[in-house]
Design a protein around this ligand. Sequence first.
Ligand code: NAD
Ligand code: DGY
Length: 386
Amino acid sequence: MAKPVQIEVWNPNGKYRVVSTKSMPGTRWINLLIEQDCRLEICTEKKTILSVEDILALIGDRCDGVIGQLTEDWGETLFSALSRAGGKAFSNMAVGYNNVDVEAANKYGVAVGNTPGVLTETTAELAASLSLAAARRIVEADEFMRAGKYEGWLPHLFVGNLLKGQTVGVIGAGRIGSAYARMMIEGFKMNLIYYDLYQATRLEKFVTAYGQFLKASGEQPVTWKRAASMEEVLREADVISLHPILDKTTYHLVNKERLAMMKKEAILVNCSRGPVIDEVALVEHLRENPMFRVGLDVFEDEPYMKPGLADMKNAVVVPHIASASKWTREGMATLAALNVLGKIKGYPVWGNPNSVDVFLNENSQPPAACPSIINSKTLGLPVSKL
Ligand SMILES: NC(=O)c1ccc[n+]([C@@H]2O[C@H](COP(=O)([O-])OP(=O)(O)OC[C@H]3O[C@@H](n4cnc5c(N)ncnc54)[C@H](O)[C@@H]3O)[C@@H](O)[C@H]2O)c1
Ligand SMILES: O=C(O)[C@H](O)CO
């Protein structure tokens, strides 16, 4: 029998039993669930990553839906248990869902939700922060200052890279990749080269229009190019930021051979998922190329770093905080809760998961719809006409 885990209960007499594997920011998501007759159980176990056994104990014999986290392994075992307990809904509190076996969810008829859009700008801002921190050696300089090593201004002290007029490369120009590109182009007047399986038409139009504006103002216009291959981006760009989803096609997308194609003084930023980079090869590359710098929010074996990475002065590392702004994290909690609630109540699926703001307005009731269900087509779920 599974070992019991500690929980906090809201609205004990609610008709539907919803479990959240973690406490999440804000209270709106809690209120939305309990107003709609849910008994909410929030896991309060003092353990950062719950095991499959812990989650089995949380699901128990009767459970209508679960809100879970990207650190959890949602596969056959959990979806079959949720289905046996009568559950039909699961939502990740994340846009990425590489921790979820969607085929297993399909097999048990469980809807899988995610939280797109609400974290786009916040995540892009962190990617921009890491780009700047790496380019201007902020962390190294901060450590130097605190260590009392500063003896006065020197011509060579912490010389870094100027971004203006250089080329920013984006791999995966979806929601976040495009938002990041706009920040770097508009903020630092960088030229763009991108690689994606699909054309980023809106982004291209933005760069064209901004280029025309700069030209009309007597400034050097910015340019864009859609690369035919990822290698082209690696060879040409000065700053490269990775924003694809993690799947079989993007695992170790940046490996030893591809690192070797990059400019010796290039900057590589990763705010997507750790396994998109071969981290062992990256450590070796950082060691051999001291002018090459990285900004990393995600790691191959989170929460661990590969041996040697922590010692690299040319790496800026932060603990998977790209979506960590208050507004975003509260919004993610709301979207995840509404995905689960909507499925339990039999609501249709929102028509456009790229436009979920209407669910995030604190001053109005959210639409009667699930904001974003990944497997809605496979499960044949109806689409909202709202
Ligand atoms: N670090 C964080 O905290 C954080 C926060 C949010 C999202 N993420 C990650 O970022 C990812 C992207 O989020 P999004 O909202 O921009 O998703 P999105 O679906 O809008 O964009 C992903 C893009 O990657 C492209 N792509 C897929 N396979 C590719 C390949 N082989 N080569 C090149 N491009 C490819 C897609 O065509 C798409 O345009 C998420 O899946 C998640 O893993 C991380
Ligand atoms: O995929 C996601 O949403 C992030 O990794 C956490 O915000």
